[in-house]
Design a protein around this ligand. Structure first.
Ligand code: DDH
Length: 286
């Protein structure tokens, strides 16, 4: 047990659980990043519903959303950290998990503040279907991410998270990794989007994705239809090209936009204290 509010101690313990030789590519990192993103990405700016406050994935309505299949692995990885630092809210732990994982995998430092609540406000619950569907195109990407309050540049920067991890046919129906080293954060995803030849492939389960067919590449890599859409849309493509040639700029922009992602729906006063979290009912005392 650490002192209440000692996020440094929590960060250290999250970093320690990154190495998972029995799991996927040997790291808990990618699935932790996806947990942080799915906790936050249900936000709707217009109705001020969804977002990381409330840690709604603990309950069937949100946790059982097919879009969240597989994220129980991330929650299980983090459980010992919650047991040790019981004062931290799940909403803080799940967002911080992604931030620490990105850093541990060689990515940028991302500003993060605590104070989210675990109190579930029923009027803020997001309906299912708010997260993006990989089978769609650029109109869908804009519909989903504009709703959260992001622009085209931010959509492309955020998509660079697909440098990490893989698709699992038993979770999403898609299969495979985007890059050769999926536990190392870089801009390789953007470089491969532009440099490899991608062709459509129908998997045995009927799901269509893109795979590379270059003879000289090391392994079969994949892209979702939504990833390929970033190269086909003129506005998105400009940013793909920039991030493919300028890794520093990608790291800088990714840091800003991921930080904005995990703050969606969180309101703070000038001292950084969250003003829309009911901490009496679900905050530090939960
Ligand atoms: Fe993603 N993502 N994502 N993604 N994502 C999947 C895996 C991972 C889409 C679909 C999928 C973001 C955006 C999009 C990560 C991070 C982020 C999988 C595979 C699908 C499908 C799941 C599975 O089978 O296990 C789509 C569509 C979009 C979009 O439209 C833009 C964003 C914004 C992020 C982010 O973190 C900022 C990560 C990491 C993974 C790898 C997870 C793992 O277990 O490995």
């Amino acid at each position: 047990m650490s002192k209440k509010g000692d996020f440094e101690a929590v960060r250290k313990d999250i970093a320690k659980l990154m190495h998972q030789p029995e799991y996927d590519d040997g790291s808990a990192g990618p699935v932790l990043v996806r947990l942080a993103w799915h906790s936050s990405g249900t936000y709707d700016a217009e109705t001020d519903t969804g977002g990381s406050n409330g840690a709604g994935m603990r309950y069937e309505a949100e946790g059982g959303d097919p879009a969240n299949a597989g994220l129980q692995h991330a929650r299980v990885f983090l459980e010992p950290v919650k047991e040790k630092h019981s004062w931290i809210t799940y909403a803080d732990l799940w967002t911080l998990g992604g931030i620490v994982a990105i850093k541990e995998m060689g990515g940028p430092e991302i500003p993060w503040k605590g104070g989210r609540t675990d109190y579930v406000d029923d009027s803020k619950l997001p309906p299912r279907g708010r997260l993006p569907d990989g089978a769609q195109g650029s109109d869908h990407l804009r519909f989903v991410f504009y709703r959260m309050g992001f622009n085209d540049q931010e959509i492309v920067a955020l998509s660079g998270a697909h440098n990490l991890g893989r698709c699992h046919s038993d979770r999403s129906g898609f299969e495979g990794a985007w890059v050769n080293n999926p536990t190392r954060f870089s801009n390789q995803y953007f470089r491969l989007l532009l440099s490899l030849q991608w062709r459509k492939k129908k998997l045995p389960n009927g799901v269509e994705q893109y795979v590379n067919y270059d003879e000289d590449s090391e392994a079969e890599l994949m892209m979702l239809p939504t990833d390929i859409a970033l190269t086909q849309d003129k506005s998105f493509r400009t940013w793909v090209e920039l991030y493919a040639r300028d890794k520093e700029r990608f790291f800088e922009d990714f840091s800003k936009v991921f930080s904005k992602l995990v703050e969606l729906g969180i309101v703070r006063d000038e001292d950084g204290k969250v003003t829309n979290a009911d901490n009496e009912r679900g905050g530090y005392h939960a």
